[in-house]
Design a protein. Sequence first.
Length: 292
Amino acid sequence: MQGKIIKGIAGFYYVYAEETDTIYECKAKGIFRNRKVKPLVGDLVAIEVLDEEQAKGNITEILPRKNELIRPASANVDQAMVIFAAANPEPNFHLLDRFLVMMDYQNVPTVICFNKEDLIGADEKEHLREIYAGADCQIVFTSTYEKTGIDKVCEILEGKTTVLAGPSGVGKSSMTNLLLPDARMETGGISKIGRGRHTTRHSEIFHISGRSYLMDTPGFTSMNLPELEKEDLRFYFPEFEPLEGSCRFNGCVHMNEPDCAVKAAVSDGKIHKMRYESYTTMYQELKEQKKY
């Protein structure tokens, strides 16, 4: 029988088998330790059922992975959806931009969801669109309070395994409750997946329907940059790509060099200054890291 690992805690792996619509509590066989292979949330696996009534079994094989994410540690992810509030609290653009870089570094497309759209007007919404117009991301606006935009989110999630992320206070749990009314994500609520109270200390996948899965990840307030060279950071800002080779110097990193096409585009309003500010902040951080 085959299934997908939806949660892993303390050596136990909870495997959802679509064939029987059952979650099996499994151990991984010693052969994986010998091969130094660790099962990950999102892995497609083969299992042997030891006790059908108690839904217990063993993982006998990890099927080939489509991809493997470092953070959050997971496999076979199709896309990420990062949720920020459009207001109350104001979006932390630097944190959002770091998430975009991290996902792009791991070749995972990202959807930006601005929740609480009921708190902003048309001008503010257009401003948010302008900031990320060149970021090569799909943008969706929602209000979990008024239940608007949820149909669009469901359409985006259809048939995919999606990592859901976002800082506290932006409505991530409310969004999950609307998408998965049986999951009961509020503090202390009981999740139908796993046995016990839901916490956000572990990544966990929820089966929506068919081949649609949602991976809930712990909330974040800071995020370490991936292990990349500061000279390569520019390649993770899609707005810069059309201007590559247009600067006076080959290999221009768009910081202090004269006749820089990217800095000129920022001055002309073709690249949003907030995105460029995020870039310079991350560049300096990577530069400082190399000193130690």
